[in-house]
Design a protein around this ligand. Structure first.
Ligand SMILES: Cc1cc2nc3c(=O)[nH]c(=O)nc-3n(C[C@H](O)[C@H](O)[C@H](O)COP(=O)(O)OP(=O)(O)OC[C@H]3O[C@@H](n4cnc5c(N)ncnc54)[C@H](O)[C@@H]3O)c2cc1C
Length: 314
């Protein structure tokens, strides 16, 4: 089996990609930068971990990371590189593609092995088109969005090889001159089991309290459609769901006052159950909803909230 290098800034994302790598019939070799437990990757299915301790990698900048990944490819003769599709992944993948003269597919939604080639599917034209892409080079590079794949359960009894990454890593051409911790908003939509999505059906920022109250009762988080995070500016882009926002995968997604344009539904289509609340019975969201409530969110959300509270005995 050919080796594939896996790198993600968060271990959980690396675990997801390790699981997919194995499904593709490749051997996952994780590049691990900095501190942290290298064995955790092995427990989640990696065959080997290359630990990179080169000082130029400390800020995980695109230039040095490109060097490190190219070195990792050389060290284990890898035929694929799979990265997380976050900001760093977006910066690194094309650079690595140029350095290794390898075909790159970014933000792949699906991947499979076919006749010895890796085949990827990704969205185009604002999500209206699904393109199938097959890198034609000896090495294939792809990035995947977070939460697309399920990690394998950890097996603490497995032991694997941990080795040092060989090679020099150049100094970054961009210097980090300051770092300040950001005020934590506590929004982690990708991990939320329940998401209440708020759309333009809300008439004012204050009314979003209805969504926040319901989310709190359900133990979930609030997300929103693009206009609320951009044009209206009621919520920050951490809440923004969709093609150009976050992709969520909760057990339940409640779309309140959201019409269901493709650019939004792209970000929710892997939800296990979708409930839509909309006054317009012809709203596109009802086509993909498991449960549809044709009604006014100003009445439906408080009623749902009360019903759940009652059920909980609160
Ligand atoms: C390149 C590109 C990228 C984009 N990326 C994204 C993205 O990532 N995420 C995203 O969300 N959008 C994105 N968009 C925008 C997207 O096309 C839609 O414009 C947007 O999703 C609409 O938001 P909405 O459903 O909240 O608003 P609207 O389309 O205005 O829908 C509001 C809905 O609320 C209903 N409503 C009104 N009052 C009530 C009430 N009292 N109770 C219940 N329902 C009510 C209405 O019937 C309507 O269906 C993108 C667009 C482009 C061109």
């Amino acid at each position: 089996m050919a080796n594939a290098i896996v790198w993600a800034p968060e271990p959980r994302q690396a675990f997801e990609i390790i699981a997919k790598t194995k499904e593709l019939g490749l051997t996952p070799v994780v590049l691990h930068v900095g501190a942290g437990d290298a064995q955790a990757y092995i427990q989640h299915g990696a065959a080997k971990v290359l630990v990179a301790e080169q000082p130029n990698l400390k800020d995980i900048q695109a230039g040095p990371m490109t060097d490190a990944l190219a070195d990792a490819v050389k060290q284990v003769d890898a035929k694929a590189v799979f990265l997380s599709g976050g900001r760093r992944g977006k910066e690194i993948a094309p650079r690595l593609g140029v350095k290794l003269r390898a075909g790159v597919v970014t933000l792949a939604q699906k991947a499979r092995s076919e006749n010895g080639k890796l085949v990827f599917e990704r969205m185009f034209l604002g999500g209206k088109t699904l393109a199938t892409e097959v890198p034609q080079t000896d090495i294939a590079i792809a990035t995947f969005p977070a939460r697309l794949f399920e990690p394998l359960p950890a097996n603490p009894s497995v032991k694997g090889e941990v080795a040092k990454l060989a090679g020099d890593v150049r100094e970054s051409k961009v210097k980090v001159v300051a770092k300040k911790p950001r005020k934590e908003s506590g929004v982690n939509l990708e991990a939320a089991p329940i998401v209440v999505g708020a759309g333009r059906g809300f008439k004012s920022k204050d009314d979003l309290k209805l969504a926040f109250d319901l989310a709190a009762t359900l133990g979930g988080q609030v997300g929103c459609s693009r206009p609320l995070a951009t044009d209206l500016g009621w919520l920050t882009d951490e809440y923004w769901i969709g093609l150009s926002g976050k992709e969520v995968k909760p057990k339940v997604y409640i779309a309140a006052g959201i019409s269901g344009q493709i650019q939004h539904t792209t970000g929710i289509r892997n939800s296990k159950l979708i409930v839509a609340v909309n006054t317009n019975k012809d709203a596109p969201i009802f086509k993909m909803a498991d449960y549809g409530i044709v009604g006014d969110l100003y009445k439906v959300l408080p009623a749902l909230n009360n019903a759940v509270k009652k059920q909980k005995g609160a």
